[in-house]
Design a protein around this ligand. Structure first.
Ligand code: FE2
Ligand code: FE2
Length: 265
């Protein structure tokens, strides 16, 4: 059994649906896929994408991203949409709750961004004018802090697990996972990228690996003992552009290494 990760499938683009369909329908039937959010906002496309992935992998773990919570027509609010996506996952057999993957546990963590992620206050607020979430997400007044609302949903998942823990979230749990503002194209990104309180949950879980999404800036680095991985399927980049659709985060060898490390501790 191998574990693969991906995020930001954005299959509302026909080209991304085509690229996704090219993933082998036979090679991954014993493997696990971790999907760190941003499939699409249209429930029919989310449904199509999750069914497709479910048919190709032994198991799929997933958390919704911000695009899933858009409610363009005003037919419901973003919390109701979140619940609809989770129900759809239950129906299809996609894991949104903690579950085993061989000796490992995979723990999905819900999240939303908050402005204190931009700890140095470097981001450019004026560049947020066109940020689509501000137009397409609708939060009921009783929710209060959206970031806290989602982090609170994780509390019952924070316990001891009898195996190495891999966590996943759509948003970024640490500022270091994003380049400095001068190196970002979108200078407002740190204001809508992550929540540092999320890292406290990851560390309370003793996670060995955390998979995140959202930034579309690939990352694979160990910080203070936790390996943080971001591998975006990404938006279509035009003719001649190609990228590995998935990244393998754990295989037979990596599993042996983890076991060895645990024995030494
Ligand atoms: Fe995305
Ligand atoms: Fe996102």
């Amino acid at each position: 059994m191998r574990i693969f990760a991906v995020s930001d499938l954005h299959t509302d683009f026909a080209e991304n649906r085509r690229r996704l369909q090219q993933i082998s329908s036979t090679s991954y039937s014993h493997d696990v896929l971790v999907v760190a959010g941003d499939i699409a906002d249209d429930l029919r496309i989310i449904d199509w994408t999750l069914r497709m992935l479910r048919s190709r992998f032994g198991a799929v773990f997933y958390v919704p991203g911000n695009h899933e919570l858009w409610v363009r027509g005003g037919e419901c609010d973003s919390i109701e949409k979140f619940r609809q996506v989770l129900s759809l996952c239950d129906e299809i057999g996609i894991h949104t709750r903690p579950g085993r993957a061989g000796k490992n546990w995979i723990v999905p963590l819900f999240s939303w961004y908050e402005s204190d992620y931009d700890q140095q206050g470097e981001a450019d607020v004026s560049s947020l004018e066109g940020w689509a979430d501000f137009y397409f997400c609708k939060w009921p007044a009783e929710v209060g802090s959206v970031s806290k609302y989602f982090l609170d949903l994780n509390e019952s998942r924070i316990r001891e697990y009898d195996g190495p823990v891999i966590t996943l979230s759509h948003f970024l749990p640490r500022r270091e996972l994003l380049p400095a503002v001068e190196n970002l194209i979108f200078k407002g990104l740190p204001l809508v990228a992550g929540a540092v309180a999320l890292d406290r949950q990851i560390r309370a879980l003793n996670a060995v690996t955390h998979v995140f999404g959202h930034s579309h800036i690939d990352f694979d680095q160990v910080i203070e003992g936790v390996r943080y991985i971001h591998h975006a399927f990404d938006y279509p980049r035009g003719e001649g552009w190609s990228k590995e659709p998935l990244t393998q985060i754990l295989g037979a060898e990596a599993q042996a290494e983890t076991d060895h490390r645990r024995e030494e501790m």
